[in-house]
Structures are given as C-alpha cells and as structure tokens.
Design a protein around this ligand. Structure first.
Ligand code: SAM
Length: 328
C-alpha cells in the first residue's frame, strides 16, 4: 500500500501529466488530513461517558473509541455518497460516535454490539431514530438476512475491534451480494496486508483471499490521537467492495484460497516444499501440480500472483488432488 498522507490539509499539485502520476496525485488529494487533532471537547467527552457507565475499555473487545468527530463525519459521508437512505449495518457501535451520524438521514442502521452496557447506551442514542435499532450480540453469529430481511443492498460500516478484524472481514464477504460496499477502519498493518501486491513482504493469504473476493482501496489514515484509549498504531479506513474475481468459479476461488492458506504459512519456504507440507501431500505430487501450472517450485509462495494461485488451483483439481469436501 502506498504511504497515506496523514497531516496537512493542503491539496498537492500534480507533478506530471502522465496517467500514472495523475492517478497518484488524485489519490493523494483524497488522502487528505488525518485525524487525531480533533475537537478537544469531544476527546475529553468519551472518558467521562465511559466513567458514567462504569465501563473500563476492554482490550479483548478491541474497545478504542473514536473521539474525533471529524473522522466520524468523514466515514459517515462515505456511506452517504453510496446512498443517504440506504440501510447500514454497523459492527461494534461502542458509544455511538458513528451510529448517530449514520442514522440522522432516517436510513435504517442496524448496530450490532457485543458489550451489553454499550448496547444499552446506543439504544438511547438511537431512540430518536425509529428506523434504526441495536442488536445485542456477536456480529460473527449474525446473518445479514435476519438483521435486515429483504433484498435491498446494504452498506457495512465499522471501526473494527482489532480482536476480530479478519473474522469480521470474512463475515462481511460471507453475506453474499447484498453487501454492496463496506467501509472498515482497521490497523494500518492490516490495511497494508489487505492491499498488498505479490512479491511484497506484506503479501500473504489474506491478500490472496481478498483479491479473490473483493476490490479493496485504502482511503485515509487515522492517527492514534483520534481514539480513547490511544491505540499503539495508526489506523486506516478501507473501502471493500465485494465481487468475485473476474472469470472464476466459486470452486476455483475456494481452491486457490485453500492453497494460498496452506502454502504461505512457512514464509521462507519454497512453494514446492510449502505446498507439500501445507496440504500434507508428497513433495513429488506437489512438484507435479506446480509443473502442470507452469510455476517454478523454487519460488516463494508470497511471490505468486492471484492468477498463478488460480492456475495452481485448476491444475490441482484437474489432477484429482481435490475432493468435493476440499472445495468448501
Ligand atoms: N464504533 C465505535 C467507535 O468508533 O467509537 C466503537 C469502536 S471499538 C474499536 C469496537 C467496538 O466493537 C466496541 O464497542 C466493542 O465492544 C465492539 N465489539 C467487539 N467485538 C464485537 C463482536 N464480536 N461483535 C460486535 N461488537 C463487537
């Protein structure tokens, strides 16, 4: 992921007319100021509210509450751009920093909160918004169809609890085509893995999985000062648009994903050895699949592109190595 601009609000001039430079310049313009310098009143408000609720932020539940109203505004504006009346599922509303702003347009906001004390607080916040409601529980145990019956498209919004980042991303992608887009705040390192390109040190099975199932874009960075308590690392707001990788079947995507997971565990291993070990097959069988798919067995797994993982998956299945059960 290219570096995200974090400080000044100045829009940078384009340096050259080439399309690549223009795209980079446009991107920089969008990645305007970060947060972390927010309204001091809002910043001091969160600890006071937490004290009044007798809540000590839980690390286990990834409770770093947004204190900068400009960040909440900026994220909510992204959802408005999609559709100001369209339904939103918010994962982990906390004290409702984003929730109220999202519900203001009258759209249905379904806010799923695991911590009952916070859920109660958000119920109060949403009392003036009859189309919205709080669901008490674990997002990972919910079904979108039950949260929002019908077939209207849904936007997912979350300042994700770091403790469940990857499962929550998988949850969003498991909800099917009704999720048209998700705006997710994640740790910067996770955003780097989400947007990594093959060969880079961040590229791993999460990057392969996401490329197979979504279009991902890092939008802007948020500094630790925008939260209470302060996290140790920067965060990044990521746009995730679910879509199957073009020209692939569900079975091919599932196979490629499984192979990438199996073979990128021991990152310093060659793909030949990593595949054999990850899949529990003989080294010769692994080399054969690689030979059929035209991939040099001495390369490293993290250097393979998604197209190559797909080629590998097709060769693996054609060779009869995969069973129906394997493709789940
Ligand atoms: N959205 C709020 C904000 O931006 O200030 C709070 C964000 S805080 C990073 C994460 C929130 O997710 C917390 O309120 C936490 O209790 C909640 N949470 C943690 N695990 C959850 C889960 N499995 N399902 C639903 N909510 C969860």
């Amino acid at each position: 992921m290219p570096p995200l601009e974090a400080s000044s609000g100045s829009r940078r001039a384009r340096r050259a007319p080439s399309p690549a430079r223009e795209r980079a310049a446009e991107r920089k313009q969008r990645l305007r100021p970060t947060a972390g310098t927010g309204d001091p009143a809002a910043t001091s408000g969160v600890p006071a509210v937490l004290r009044s609720l007798d809540v000590r932020p839980s690390r286990r539940l990834g409770q770093n509450f947004l204190t900068d109203p400009r960040v909440a505004e900026r994220i909510a504006a992204l959802a408005d751009e999609v559709d100001p009346r369209g339904a939103v599922v918010e994962i982990g509303p906390g004290l409702g920093a984003l929730t109220e702003r999202l519900a203001r347009s009258g759209r249905p906001v379904i806010a799923v909160e695991l911590d009952h004390r916070l859920a109660e607080r958000v119920e109060t916040v949403l009392a003036a918004h009859p189309a919205s409601r709080v669901v008490r529980g674990d997002i990972l145990e919910q079904e979108l169809a039950a949260l929002l019956p019908g077939d209207a498209p849904v936007t997912v919004v979350a300042n994700l609890p770091y403790s469940i980042t990857t499962p929550a991303i998988e949850w969003v992608l498991a909800q099917g085509p009704r999720v048209r887009v998700a705006y997710l705040m994640v740790q910067r390192e996770v955003a780097q893995r989400m947007t990594a390109v093959p060969g880079g040190k961040e590229f791993g099975s999460l990057s392969v999985f996401l490329t197979l199932h979504a279009r991902i874009e890092a939008l802007f960075r948020v500094s630790p000062g925008a939260f209470h308590p302060r996290p140790e690392v920067d965060s990044v707001v990521v746009r995730m648009e679910p879509r199957p990788y073009p020209g692939t079947t569900a079975v091919e995507r599932a196979d490629a994903e499984r192979l990438a997971r199996a073979a990128t565990v021991g990152r310093r291993k060659t793909i030949g050895n990593a595949l054999a070990r990850g899949l529990g097959i003989a080294a010769e069988a692994s080399r054969e699949v690689l030979r059929t798919s035209g991939i040099d067995p001495t390369r490293r797994g993290e250097a393979l592109s998604v197209e190559e993982w797909l080629a590998l998956a097709r060769a693996w299945r054609a060779g009869g190595a995969a069973t129906g059960e394997d493709a789940r």
